[in-house]
Design a binder for this molecule. Structure first.
Ligand code: NAD
Length: 497
């Protein structure tokens, strides 16, 4: 069986630990490979390599770093089919969706190509007589990224292109469920001319994560995953004096106003709730039907949810692939059981789906609940599967309160033709990323991605200028060149004259 190893100092290296994880093809349910789970000493070895590489990489002019990133961009484009297939084979999502996620990662690489411009500081002449002042942003050192299973290419690419373009060196700890695509990205970076040790991949689980959190040479940690782990990463990074951004889970609402383009809202919901089998942190898992739109909304949604074409990700006709693992499939099914027990009306039940020829794959059909209320666990908790809940409310204000009271605040959308409702919604809603007649409001690479409340621990989002700031520290220089006038020592707080 294929064994997936680590990538350290420019090459694949065998880890020292005997522990291994299982990697499945979700479409067939077969285990296709094993992944080495790193020990603390494996992680420390990678950090040593990254620390050494930092000395020369950080001193390289940003323009030279940008040229390597640009070459990497070309290699991603050239190898896009292969990378996409790797995502499909271990995650399960359908091919074009996987390709789309790769493109969203590529856009961050394109953004990072502008690093000479993005690192420009500020300059003030004569802040005092003959005194000038300027600021610059310098890299932190070795930084680490810990990423979830649901975007094995895109989420790492939210982090490392910017981090290394800024002059840092990077340790990636990808999800142990689908580690092959990140490893291939590491090889492409080398092929693009990235010096050894600048980008390293250490595969593993909690042991590797804890080694990252404890390693004194790692200066910053970027994390994306579930909320309990995000909180753990945030607290332990801070305790160990590291800069940290930890993005967590979500429960996203799409508000359907009675005046909206209902076809647009229904199509938007179908893609946002069932795309990638609901395994997206920006999936819309709650439709909030305002006023009397509920019956029509549920009727249209149910027809489409029943007709969803579920199948293997490599089948071009599939609209929705399997879930990532058998355990996750069981968890999602148990949430559907729970919703029935809690008294929600299960309008479409995908639990018994069986696919001929793929009987062992991790499939579930689309599920649709109506009459869900705010006290049910299926409303409060993240299911991370193709389960859409419809909550009915009377007014816009009631919809906004429901969303503002929720513990998560990642993404949200409203469908309406009323500009006033859209504007008020964008201004007042307590959520980090807002769509108006847009179902999945994921910001582009040159803006920043990040939720509010328990969807993000830390102060900065990913990519865009937030990313540049996260991966650099600010230095401000105040300078005077003596012009013959010598001054005596001053012991009072300096003010500029
Ligand atoms: P997860 O939290 O289980 O795992 C994320 C990472 O943490 C993995 O690398 C994993 O190995 C590591 N990890 C898992 N358990 C750990 C532990 N006990 N101690 C230390 N490290 C541990 O998340 P997942 O299941 O891979 O991904 C799905 C979750 O990620 C969902 O909650 C989803 O909403 C979230 N997510 C959030 C965003 C966002 O931008 N907010 C984006 C994508 C996914």
């Amino acid at each position: 069986m294929k064994l997936i190893e680590h990538f350290v100092n420019g090459k694949i290296i065998p880890g020292s630990s005997d522990r291994k994880g299982k990697v499945f093809n979700p479409a067939t349910g077969e285990q296709e490979s094993e992944v080495r789970l790193a020990s603390k000493s494996d992680l420390d070895q990678a950090v040593e390599a990254a620390k050494k590489a930092f000395e020369t990489w950080s001193a390289k002019p940003p323009l030279q770093r940008a040229r390597i990133i640009f070459k990497f961009k070309e290699l991603i484009e050239k190898n896009s089919d292969e990378l996409t297939k790797l995502i499909v084979s271990e995650h399960g999502k359908v091919f074009e969706d996987a390709r789309g996620s790769l493109t969203r990662g590529l856009e961050v690489v394109e953004f990072a190509c502008g690093i000479p411009h993005l690192l420009k500081g500020e300059y003030s002449e004569n802040v005092g007589t003959n005194v000038d002042s300027w600021s610059m942003r310098q890299p932190l050192g070795v930084v680490a990224g810990i990423t979830p299973f649901n975007f094995p290419a895109m989420v790492p690419m939210w982090m490392f292109p910017i981090a290394i373009a800024c002059g840092n060196t990077f340790i990636l700890k990808p999800s142990e469920k689908d580690p092959s695509c990140p490893l291939r990205l590491a090889e492409l970076l080398s092929e693009a001319g990235l010096p050894e040790g600048v980008f390293n991949v250490v595969n593993g689980d909690k042991e590797a994560v804890d080694a990252i959190l404890e390693n004194k040479d790692i200066k910053a940690v970027s994390f994306v995953g579930s909320t309990p782990i995000a909180k753990y990463i945030y607290e332990n990074s801070a305790k160990n004096e590291k800069r940290v951004q930890a993005l967590g889970g979500a429960k996203n609402h799409l508000v359907v106003m009675p005046d909206c383009d209902l076809d647009g809202a229904v199509n938007g919901l179908m893609g946002a709730a069932y795309g990638s089998a609901g395994e997206r942190c920006m999936a819309q898992s709650v439709a909030v039907a305002v006023g009397d739109i509920g019956d029509e909304l549920v009727s249209r949604l149910s027809k489409k949810a029943e007709a969803l074409k579920v199948g293997p990700g490599m089948d071009k006709t599939s609209e929705m692939g399997p879930l990532v693992t058998k355990e996750h499939l069981e968890k999602v099914k148990s949430y559907v059981d729970l919703g029935v027990e809690e008294g929600a009306k299960l309008v479409v039940d995908g639990r018994n789906l069986k696919l001929q020829g793929y009987e062992n794959g991790f499939y579930i059909g689309g599920c649709l609940f109506d009459h869900v209320n705010k006290d049910m666990r299926i409303y409060k908790e993240e299911i991370f599967g193709p389960v859409l809940s419809v909550v009915r409310v009377k007014t816009f204000e009631e919809a906004a309160k429901l969303i503002n009271d929720h513990e998560y605040g990642n993404g949200v959308s409203i469908y309406t033709r009323d500009g006033d409702a859209g504007r008020t919604f964008a201004s007042k809603i307590q959520v980090g990323m807002v769509g108006i007649n847009v179902p999945i409001p994921v910001p582009m690479a040159f803006h920043s991605f990040g939720g509010w409340k328990r969807s993000l621990f830390g102060d900065s989002g990913m990519h865009g200028m937030e990313g540049i700031k996260f991966y650099t520290k600010l230095k401000t220089v105040t300078s005077r060149w003596p012009s013959g006038v010598r001054t005596n020592a001053e012991f009072v707080m300096p003010t500029m004259k």
